[in-house]
Design a protein around this ligand. Sequence first.
Ligand code: NAD
Length: 427
Amino acid sequence: MKISVIGSGYVGSVTAACFAEVGHGVVCVDIDKKKMDQINAGIPPIYEEGLGELLQKHAGKNLTATTDYESAIMKTDISFICVGTPSSEDGDIDLSIVRAATASIGAVLAKKEGYHVVVVKSTVVPETTEKFVLPILEQTSGKVAGKDFGVAMNPEFLREGKAVYDFIHPDKIVVGAIDQKSGDLVSELYRTFKCEVTRTNPSTAEMIKYANNSLLATKISFVNEIGNICKKLKIDTYDVMTAVGKDSRISPRFLNSGAGFGGSCFPKDVKALIGKAKEIGYSPVLLESVIDVNEKQPILMTEILQRKAGNIADKKIAVLGLAFKNETDDIRESRAIPVIAELLRLGAKVSAYDPMAIENMKRIFPTIEYSDKAKDALESADACLIMTEWEEFKQLDSEFEAMKEKIVIDGRRVIKAKNIDYEGLCW
Ligand code: NAD
């Protein structure tokens, strides 16, 4: 089957490359010409393990990229909308990019003969596919959904950093369609995947994605709260949660307390669900607390720092880890951002290091000092904060020797070095 993938960010580029890998013909569409040129040249527009290899293998063959909606939609049978759905200022979902992409698809459908299915893969709040995307498609195409074209919602559950693996080896595939025909065509794309397809309606598919992410975010804020209580009681929260995770109803995953969750999904998705709940007259107190705990957690890092180092004005503070998690260059909602902002507010000089995310962080903090190696960031620093669980930080040891004061505050429980003034965030 021939597929067009609208939006070539983390989800779109991985979706396109993986569908090409399983044998479909794929056309990527993005308004960013540079990204399209990169994909056509077999270069990933973002870092994801294994993505480069897949693009090298399929670019120019069964995978092409263009900024031209018309050529892409005309020669494909199914279009996946994979554009961003950021938070608006009040935290609600901002659907303006989905609106623009949908209208562009609809304008081509107006001219296209034959049946076409439009699939929303972007994370959108319940009712969006049927009450927002579908009407825009009908208005802009002048055609009728369910008769002239199909509509479905197929949420994506991949983890950044492991996105290619997760796409090809999913735990679940959810297809929510407005009718049997749309659902059958979308499900058919996944025929070779060793995973059952959960068939449902679009709103249920949308809600599955939010419930999934909200539960994971809740688990993290829960363990962080338990960690904060444990620390005051001088109990090791990792011992506690390791035992708790042995309960088969709980699972050991997502039980590491630390500086909180970031990334492009958990914070914005929990906030979007809060917004949707309020819109329909429900007060989501638990979800609001999940966000509250997460926002306080990074600030605890700087509170510990001030307790140990005193006034940090003009002191050099090394921040190791800028990406929101390891194995990615993505800094969206990284917990390092509020920490660096707070350090700057307190007058500290920040020296930062990350194996992948420096270029992205320079856009937010252009004036702080960046180093190519952890050792250089630590040179004559008065203290160090660990913000990302990079594997290489586990090996750091003699590098701390170069610090002026060997105060190390670990937000991710990764540091193994001895002979430092170590303190964990919740342990
Ligand atoms: P992204 O910001 O990395 O990529 C979005 C892409 O869309 C960009 O390349 C942008 O140039 C392009 N774009 C913007 N306007 C466009 C238009 N009118 N037409 C065509 N392209 C356009 O976003 P992402 O992280 O890939 O997320 C996409 C969606 O998938 C979001 O709804 C997100 O919540 C969801 N999601 C993301 C992840 C993740 O781990 N990143 C996982 C699951 C679901």
